[in-house]
Design a protein around this ligand. Structure first.
Ligand SMILES: Cc1cc2nc3c(=O)[nH]c(=O)nc-3n(C[C@H](O)[C@H](O)[C@H](O)COP(=O)(O)OP(=O)(O)OC[C@H]3O[C@@H](n4cnc5c(N)ncnc54)[C@H](O)[C@@H]3O)c2cc1C
Length: 391
């Protein structure tokens, strides 16, 4: 196979956005996906305003918006006392073409991009192609597949998620920690606007005993709860345990209809490097974080956009290869200082039992609401517009 192409491991949001950036610039790209078809698992469900701007440029925002829900506001609530503050992305409508979040399952993005890329002659998407290693030299890099085949290109992007084989093969550490508690996501068609008429589509509930969030996706509400470190998986996943957690949100007197339950381990980790020679990391392969703020998948799309643009410039001769060094310099600090910092702080604000911290969080929200400039600065941060300030 010619080296005049980019090889991407992983057909998740990061890999496919990177592929779309390259394909539209006329660069040949091969995407290697381990699964036999696009996975339909329920994972991230929030697309932030600047992510929608990026996806719009790639022609895939419209199908997402059509299949999802526009969420122009978000709320912080106290489980005991109700609404603390509501913010409206309309206040930053001059900063984005999409002043709202879109609530939609991430697999729909993957499907929309695949539909665009499928007919393109310069795109080769291979399913059932599990990457297990990497080889590289001065001219190119090859993904080594499980059956021993080498798929070679000028550069290789590891976008194959948290257990990245490219990252491991390149000897890059995944520094950080794993939270002791796992997070449980329960989806139900129960209409939470009945007990909470002022609810919006994105709602974070602070509670020192058991915080939670309620997110609306088409046809369902997703509730996410922390579990306790000592709880075993069987008891967490038992129907009665999910019912008990939901009853603490609202006791309707009848059992909840539960459509899905997912339990997952939550980490805060950032790769020690985003580049090793001709190999790059993007998305969860480069950084993973807790989901409070919806920054994981969005950050991965932003990585892919940044890296895809640079690789396209180098492949088409519009820029010298040195430009690729800027990728890590621009994106790794975002994962370390922005995504990590905000998601850890968001978790702390919801779970703290410390009265002074609780008061400070509520006061900060009140001060932010009271000052239009603070509100705009706050919305720039939570929408991740502020994380994209670099060229
Ligand atoms: C259960 C769960 C729930 C989540 N919920 C949220 C949430 O509510 N909010 C949020 O912001 N984030 C959430 N996340 C995180 C979010 O899903 C990720 O940040 C996002 O999927 C990252 O996209 P990605 O393209 O980097 O990786 P992925 O989406 O993981 O895609 C990687 C792709 O690579 C493939 N692959 C894996 N190994 C190989 C290999 N060796 N060779 C070839 N292909 C391979 C996989 O099959 C997959 O298709 C959740 C994650 C999990 C696991």
């Amino acid at each position: 196979m010619t080296e005049d192409r980019i090889v991407i491991a992983g057909a998740g949001p990061a890999g496919l956005v990177c592929a779309a950036m390259l394909a539209r610039a006329g660069v040949s790209v091969t995407v290697l996906e381990a699964e036999p078809a696009l996975p339909l698992n329920l994972r991230a469900s929030t697309f932030h305003p600047p992510t929608l701007d990026i996806l719009d440029d790639l022609g895939v925002a419209e199908p997402l918006i059509a299949q999802g829900l526009k969420a122009p506001t978000l709320q912080y609530r106290d489980r005991a006392t109700g609404l603390i503050a509501q913010f409206d992305f309309g206040d930053i409508a001059d900063m984005t073409r999409h002043p709202y979040r879109v609530q939609c399952e991430q697999f729909r993005l993957n499907q929309a991009i695949l539909e665009k890329l499928g007919p393109m002659e310069n795109v080769d998407i291979r399913f059932g192609a599990k990457v297990v290693g990497v080889e590289q030299d001065d001219d190119g890099a090859a993904a080594v597949l499980a059956d021993g085949e080498r798929v070679r290109g000028r550069y290789l992007v590891g976008a194959e998620g948290a257990n990245s084989a490219v990252r491991d093969a390149a000897g890059i550490d995944f520094e950080g920690f794993t939270w002791p508690e796992r997070f449980l996501v329960v989806s139900t068609p129960f209409d939470f606007t009945k007990p909470f008429p002022d609810l919006c589509m994105v709602n974070y509930f602070a509670d020192p005993e058991e915080w939670y969030f309620l997110l609306k996706v088409p046809g369902l509400w997703r509730a996410m709860f922390p579990t306790r470190a000592e709880e075993d998986e069987e008891s967490i996943m038992a129907d009665e345990t999910a019912q008990r957690r939901l009853r603490r949100v609202h006791d309707s007197g009848a059992p909840y209809e539960v459509k899905h339950k997912t339990l997952y381990q939550v980490h805060q980790r950032v790769a020690g490097r985003y580049r090793a020679g001709r190999c790059f990391l993007a998305g969860d392969a480069a950084h993973i974080n807790n989901p409070l703020g919806g920054m994981g998948m969005n950050g991965g799309v932003h990585d892919a956009h940044n890296l895809g643009r640079k690789l396209a410039q180098v492949m088409t001769g519009a820029a010298a290869p040195d430009i690729l060094d800027q990728y890590e310099a621009e994106r790794r600090p975002v994962a370390l200082e922005y995504i990590n910092k905000h998601t850890i702080r968001n978790k702390r604000n919801l779970e703290t039992a410390d009265a002074a911290e609780q008061a400070a969080f509520r006061q900060e929200l009140a001060d932010t609401k009271a000052d239009p400039e603070k509100t705009r600065a706050y919305l720039r941060r939570v929408s991740m517009i502020a994380s994209l300030e670099q060229p």
